[in-house]
Design a protein around this ligand. Sequence first.
Ligand SMILES: Nc1ncnc2c1ncn2[C@@H]1O[C@H](COP(=O)(O)OP(=O)(O)OP(=O)(O)O)[C@@H](O)[C@H]1O
Ligand SMILES: [Mg+2]
Ligand SMILES: [Zn+2]
Length: 251
Amino acid sequence: MNTMTLLSKSFPKVESYCSVHQVSKVQSGPYQICPKCAVSDVELHNADRQNEVDRMVRDKHFSGAMLPVRHAESGFKNYFVNENNRGQANARSQCVNYTKSISNGSKSNLIMVGSTGVGKTHLAVATARTLLSKGMFVRYITSEELAQRIMNAWGKDTKGQSEESVIYDFTQYHLLILDEYGLHDRDKRLELVHKVLYARYDAGKPTMLVSNLTISALQKDLGDRLWSRFQHDGLTVVECNWADQRVGVVA
Ligand SMILES: Nc1ncnc2c1ncn2[C@@H]1O[C@H](COP(=O)(O)OP(=O)(O)OP(=O)(O)O)[C@@H](O)[C@H]1O
Ligand SMILES: [Mg+2]
Ligand SMILES: [Zn+2]
């Protein structure tokens, strides 16, 4: 029995009619209600609740990616391409194409290099946001933070997380975006970051590496073994060589 029939049968009918539905109202306690209006109220309420739940799930999904607050609005749509700058157009289309390939299940990696303020993080976040909106799991982290996260696992207050389990956690995302690679990490820190890169390769998971290093310096920094692994499932290299967009220079 549906809700409307139940309401009509369970409560005594009264004289008055609902002008909207042209049916007799029923007496429910002190109120005279139209069974049809009551049902649509319930449906509306359920739809509101569902929208609220959907919104909360979406917020949680996005916040899990830890995108930088400064780039809260960065997307492909507001990445401007200066008409004289073919590099910008190229960088954007390479990232858009990469996003599509990842959403189609590709394991290929992307390396984006270039000097400061050219929009690397902007494009990386745009990639993340697009994949997140398709329901994929993405994690953004700077290389320094990643090394620190693993080093924290060595301390006493680790809440039971070992180095291995932190590294394992970082292999779970569909895409890991490692920003500011090579800025602060030397020696042990570099080794820890490399461990995550090896682990993701072994798990068949793609990584986006963003750096101020030149491509040849980056290749040297990764070393032959990682460089080889990075290329195995396909590698897109995005080079951003134009003026700093933070200082308002027209490229
Ligand atoms: N083509 C662009 N269209 C719109 N905004 C841009 C563009 N390029 C850069 N920006 C903006 O300029 C600022 C600097 O860009 P971003 O932080 O992405 O630089 P970056 O290349 O990551 O620099 P760094 O190497 O110093 O981290 C950001 O606010 C970004 O949104
Ligand atoms: Mg950046
Ligand atoms: Zn009604």
